[in-house]
Design a protein around this ligand. Structure first.
Ligand code: ACO
Length: 402
């Protein structure tokens, strides 16, 4: 019954922990990670089992509501989502205002932020019915927003969702269908993207999820909080790493394919070059998601005819790094992003779009954390302390005397 936070506050003690390396900001029952053992579980279920047997919508349900759905619950959830996929025509017009070469991540976060203006009937974070409808709207509309961001970038007309299709199939059709009636969605591609979404669906208190929680802790609504999370994901040290990996692989290929030379550059920390897609704050062992993805990368690239030369470079990089003292001593292993870019590219997505796919996958995790926080009586507004290192008190000088 002792509130350690309150007790410490009385002492006036402040801990300094840049990057929150050792500081937990909440307790959570959603995702378990053992970084040393390379274990990841959603609500207790090992990621390997979910990847093999589940679907993205089922995993979304599991993360948000805490249990796997019954057949009837899953059908109801799927049906509700399929009824909310359309974007308001006025929101559709937002896309006209962005430049054609706009990066799709800020387009995504802006459109999600704008949902607060369209759905003013569901902004109360403490009304369970309003939170529920916001949850469904987000899950249903983010794929449509993402597909429109893509269509805008290639100058093609937007396609309305076809709600007889599943979420991933619908998304692929809205993205690549041109004209829509000629687009047959490849079931292997649907399964592969569904699997990638499952692997991205949650990862406890990562940068974007912590952002969603911090913004939500001020009692900002779900749309506003998720929009902030999308912006946090944009950075190359987080979700943006999947695009950065592909740019790195292409750079190595275009400068002659000398993998060892690149590894040496990383080790010598030349120009701050990092091996993108390697390393993780929590995993000090092989990222279990990367292990699953590596297996699928081969299959998908074989089937879709992806660029094998880049896959070769990636595999060589991994081999060199995993046998090198620099990486071994720092426990740097491939993370989830190391192989995903190659798969996304083979599927036909442009590099800039990869992080959007991460956002689509991570959405249920963000929602689950926001809802968990709102229902937790221990929640307080997030307000970190600081250690002040500036000037001590001094007197103001009029401008003529400075
Ligand atoms: N390449 C080269 N060296 C690295 C890398 C890397 N990818 N990652 C860490 N290191 C080195 C650091 O330079 C540091 O070395 P030092 O002790 O000589 O100074 C040491 O390993 C420890 O690294 P930190 O920076 O302290 O690790 P931190 O936990 O702060 O960072 C991060 C984790 C951001 C993921 C980092 O490993 C990184 O920048 N990786 C590349 C970007 C990336 O792939 N991000 C995706 C993360 S997963 C995700 O969001 C889905």
């Amino acid at each position: 019954g002792v509130d350690l936070g309150k007790l410490l506050a009385k002492t006036g003690l402040v801990t300094l922990d840049p990057g929150f390396v050792n500081t937990a900001a909440c307790s959570s029952a959603i995702t378990y990670i053992d970084g040393d053992a390379g274990i990841l579980r959603y609500r207790g279920y090992p990621i390997e089992q979910l990847a093999e047997k589940s679907s993205f919508l089922e995993v979304s349900y599991l993360l948000i509501y805490g249990e796997l759905p019954t057949a009837a619950e899953l059908e109801d959830f799927t049906h509700k989502i399929s009824r909310h996929t359309l974007l308001h025509e006025d929101l559709k017009r937002f896309f006209d205002g962005f430049p054609r070469d706009a990066h799709p991540m800020p387009v995504l976060s802006s459109a999600v932020s704008a949902l607060s203006t369209f759905y003013q009937d569901s902004l109360n974070p403490f009304d369970p019915n309003q939170v529920e409808i916001s949850t469904i709207r987000l899950l249903a509309k983010l794929p449509t927003i993402a597909a429109y961001a893509y269509k805008k970038s290639v100058g093609q007309p937007f396609l309305y969702p076809d709600n007889s299709l599943g979420l991933v199939e619908n998304f692929l059709r809205m993205t690549f269908g041109f004209p829509a009636e000629n687009y047959d969605v490849d079931p292997d591609l649907v399964r592969a993207l569904d699997l990638l979404f499952i692997l991205h669906a949650d990862h406890e208190q990562n940068c974007s999820t912590s952002t969603v929680r911090l913004v939500g802790s001020s009692e900002a609504n779900l749309f506003a909080s998720i929009s902030a999370g999308i912006n946090a994901l944009f950075g190359p040290l987080h979700g943006g790493a999947n695009s950065a990996v592909l740019e790195m692989l292409e750079g190595i290929r275009d400068s002659g394919g000398d993998v060892q030379a690149f590894v040496n550059k990383v080790k010598n920390k030349e120009d701050g070059v990092k091996l993108m897609g390697f390393g993780h704050r929590v995993y000090k062992n092989y990222d279990p998601r990367a292990a699953i993805i590596k297996k699928t990368a081969d299959d998908i690239l074989n089937k879709l005819g992806g660029d094998d030369s880049l896959l070769d470079i990636a595999k060589q990089l991994e081999e060199h790094a995993l046998s090198d003292e620099y990486f071994v001593s720092r426990k740097l292993y491939p993370n989830v992003d190391f192989y995903t870019g190659l798969i996304y590219r083979a599927m036909g997505f442009p590099t800039k779009f990869f992080t959007v796919l991460f956002a689509l996958g991570r959405l249920p995790g963000w929602i689950a954390h926001w809802r968990e926080m709102m229902n937790d009586p221990a929640t307080k507004i997030g307000r970190p302390r600081q250690v002040y290192i500036g000037q001590t008190e001094r007197d103001y000088k009029p401008v003529a005397e400075r």
